[in-house]
Design a protein around this ligand. Structure first.
Ligand code: ADP
Ligand code: MG
Length: 319
């Protein structure tokens, strides 16, 4: 049974690449790293009921499990190449496997990413994906490197996924805005092209998986600096602003997780050219604040008042 499941996954995710010498089917995959490239590797696990709600469509689970990993490669400025998929399933449900493999393959195709192996076991629904990508030596973006005076920018819009989760948890109408926000939760877009464009231009970069405040906080800690954010500048989608009031949507944008946008820092003289290039890539980038001496992230509201940590939404989401 296990083997027919693996075979279904293999057939549905078939993607040929010259650098895959041996893919699914042997004891290990054999992969040829292009000479002169560094390998960027990352792994992330999604557990049902923790990282995605019970009842999430299998194709959305497959998409998201890969997307969150590609987002980590994007944040490093790496080009995706290969993935491993470790699946733990409560039962051998073929329709479920097919859906999951299809959602995974749909995103994988965009990047010509090959699924080269994995593991399949029985237990509570858990999906682990490991990704491998390439980056020229020394050119990877990291969390360290933000300098005092750098501008802080973020791609796309923030808070949509947290809003989508909130809508799922309450009885919502299936209007266009709600559907958009829920799709942002289930089908995040990894900002691969943006990450590549930021190589040799951004001083630090991270993907926003745990919420802007937490993730920008990681840049600050790794770089030994602080950051000041203007709440009025946070990019929010029209769907978010339509479905939630100003204070709630601001909290989602500051502290909601699962957006998978990139937050990065650049010297001020480079902001305009970076913004122009990311606009061409479709996601755009918004300047939301600056890097300062000190530590931690401070947020100023629209009237110029500093928000207290409690107002920054921490209690909301940590409780
Ligand atoms: P082994 O017992 O040698 O670890 P497995 O029976 O676990 O081998 O897997 C057989 C082959 O199928 C291996 O090439 C493995 O990488 C691949 N594989 C197993 N599960 C998955 C999966 N969920 N997705 C992709 N490939 C898988
Ligand atoms: Mg095995």
């Amino acid at each position: 049974m296990e083997f027919s499941l693996i075979d279904r996954i293999r057939q549905r995710t078939a993607q040929s690449r010259d650098d895959v010498r041996l893919g699914i089917g042997d004891d290990a995959a054999l992969l040829a790293v292009p000479s002169g490239q560094e390998l960027a590797v990352a792994i992330d696990t999604l557990v049902e009921g923790v990282h995605f709600p019970h009842g999430t469509a299998p194709a959305d689970i497959g998409w998201k499990a890969l997307a969150v990993n590609l987002s980590d490669l994007a944040a490093m400025g790496a080009t995706p190449a290969w993935a491993l998929l470790a699946l733990t399933l409560p039962n051998a449900d073929e329709a479920f496997i097919d859906g999951l493999a299809d959602g995974f393959a749909q995103l994988a195709q965009t990047y010509r990413l090959a699924l080269v192996g994995g593991d399949t076991t029985r237990g509570a629904l858990t999906v682990s994906v490991a990704v491998h990508g390439f980056v020229p030596p020394g050119k990877a973006l990291t969390r360290a490197g933000a300098q005092v005076g750098d501008a802080v920018l973020v791609t796309g819009t923030l808070g949509d996924a947290a809003a989508g989760l909130r809508l799922l948890q309450q009885s919502h109408h299936s209007d266009a805005q709600s559907n958009y926000l829920i799709a942002r939760l289930h089908r995040p877009t990894p900002r691969i092209a943006a990450g590549l464009a930021l190589r040799e231009r951004a001083s630090a970069c991270i993907d926003v998986s745990d919420g802007l405040l937490a993730d920008l906080g990681h840049i600050c800690a790794a770089s030994g600096v602080g950051a000041e954010i203007e709440a009025a500048l946070l990019p929010r989608s029209s769907a978010l602003l339509d479905r939630f009031d100003d204070a709630r949507s601001r909290d989602f944008a500051l502290s909601g997780g699962d957006d998978y946008e990139l937050c990065f820092t650049v010297p001020p003289q480079r902001v305009a050219s970076v913004q122009a290039d990311l606009a061409k890539l479709g996601c755009g980038a918004t300047r939301i604040g600056r890097i300062v001496e000190g530590e931690g992230v401070k947020v100023r509201d629209a009237d110029g008042q500093w928000l207290e940590p409690a107002q920054q939404g921490w209690d909301h989401f940590r409780a």
